[in-house]
Design a binder for this molecule. Sequence first.
Ligand code: NAD
Length: 308
Amino acid sequence: MRSIVTGGAGFIGSHLVDYLVSSGDDVIIIDSLVSGNINSIRNHLDSDKVRLVSADLLEDNWQEELAGADRVYHLAADPDVRESSVSPDRQLNNTIIATHRVLEAMRKAGVLEIVFTSTSTVYGEASVIPTPEIYTPMEPISIYGASKLACESLISAYCHSFSMRSWIFRFANIIGDRSGHGVITDFIRKLKDNPDELEILGDGKQTKSYLEVRECIRAIMYVINHSNDIVNTYNIGSEDWVSVSEIADILCHEMGLSPDYRYTGGYRGWVGDVPKMQLDISKLKLLGFVPGLNSRESVKIAVRATLE
Ligand code: NAD
């Protein structure tokens, strides 16, 4: 297959590229490198199977790359939930406008399949936990969650209007090596600066579901290979959850440190933070997928991989 991966130099995107190359795909990565890291894909750039197009989706110099492609994996976005309430414009542009531009480029090039990375934050503070895909009302509490939900709607409309097919994945927290953001990266950075004290945003009781990145890619590819509705929407996460303080404990144990924890207070870490999140993955399991990791195992693997 000839696959396009937007955001392919990013954390999840680079692991997806690893998988696609190992499956024999020809891959074109479109990435502005705003938060991606060329080192994450460097090992592929000498091969004739992968090409990097350094381009911003908000500009106009990448659309011709879609000619002849079979599928677009659209991962490029600004994944910072916290920052989205500080710079809503940036979020709306890099998520909604960029996604619309990708859909338009696909329509014009005749590319009919899109894979989209959405998020648990589209559900907002759900009253049903674990939260299934059919949960309503969808009431996001962050600009990031709202933007992703808008993208899901656009993708659905394009699929029904222009004979396209889509796979939309609502992720829990995806963690692992090459991640440039999130709780583990944040804690490691803080502990390297000061091993005696760890600042924890909120009260540390925020409890969420985490999944290691390779397991996430395994789930994505399983769903793509086993579902073929016009719009295929699936939660991807693990079947348990872990608190922020427990993550700090695991990390400190792995680093051999015993810092004092300093909580900033409040039950949210930041504006738009959903303090309790666990996704219902029954739909994924009904398809035949067998989960391989829980949240705690995912955290341990991610911590060790990040510290390497
Ligand atoms: P990331 O920041 O590592 O990757 C995003 C990539 O997109 C980067 O390489 C960046 O350079 C690129 N990019 C951003 N804006 C661009 C633009 N306008 N044009 C071209 N390239 C652009 O983030 P990630 O954690 O790997 O997230 C990948 C996707 O998964 C995102 O869509 C994110 O919203 C979604 N997601 C991630 C998580 C998570 O826990 N990491 C959870 C839910 C959803």
